[in-house]
Design a protein around this ligand. Structure first.
Ligand SMILES: CC(C)(COP(=O)(O)OP(=O)(O)OC[C@H]1O[C@@H](n2cnc3c(N)ncnc32)[C@H](O)[C@@H]1OP(=O)(O)O)[C@@H](O)C(=O)NCCC(=O)NCCS
Length: 142
């Protein structure tokens, strides 16, 4: 099931997963996985049948027609099982309901094929995170 975290324990698990997958391997401090505007954004967490949180993603509204996907992460030992795909499909479905016409995202180089399979096209090379992780701006028209 994919839904927003609903209590303090689930929020901790949500940010822990984000931190463990996207920040800890690069020696970043706890807290670096969050931005100051979390409360304004839409959060997606994948829970398995035992209610364990295995994947996360965030949807930010950019303007009336545009949204941005951020902080996509699946627990390391659960990758490659379709969880990321399920989160993307949920986010895109919600986006369509909201009248969003275009989704943008900054993909890590290693995740480019994942997003290409979902119909995202490379726009341009973007930022270098932590001095080493090259990102690429991608977009998809819904
Ligand atoms: C990238 C990530 C979110 C994908 O989620 P996932 O659950 O592992 O991916 P899925 O199992 O849903 O894969 C969906 C499809 O994409 C493919 N895919 C996923 N990651 C891939 C990769 N790195 N390279 C090539 N193909 C990939 C899968 O083979 C699968 O193909 P299929 O539909 O033909 O079977 C996840 O692997 C992850 O958290 N990686 C580390 C953190 C990261 O890089 N996050 C993205 C930041 S931009």
């Amino acid at each position: 099931m994919i839904r927003s975290p609903q209590n303090a324990t689930e929020w901790d698990a949500y940010y822990d997963l984000r931190y463990n997958v996207l920040r800890a391997p690069w020696g970043q401090a706890k807290g670096s996985e969050q931005t100051s505007d979390e409360a304004q954004q839409q959060h997606f967490a994948y829970f398995d049948d035992a209610d364990e949180l295995l994947g996360v993603g965030r949807l930010d509204q950019v303007d009336a027609q545009t949204a941005q996907i951020r902080f996509m992460a699946v627990a390391e030992n659960q990758q490659g099982k379709g969880i990321g795909k399920a989160i993307m499909e949920e986010i895109e479905g919600i986006s369509k309901e909201k009248g969003i016409q275009k989704i943008i995202l900054h993909a890590r180089e290693i995740a480019l094929p994942f997003y290409q399979k979902r119909g995202y096209h490379l726009v341009e090379k973007s930022h270098l995170l932590f001095g080493e992780i090259q990102h690429f701006l991608m977009q998809k028209h819904l």
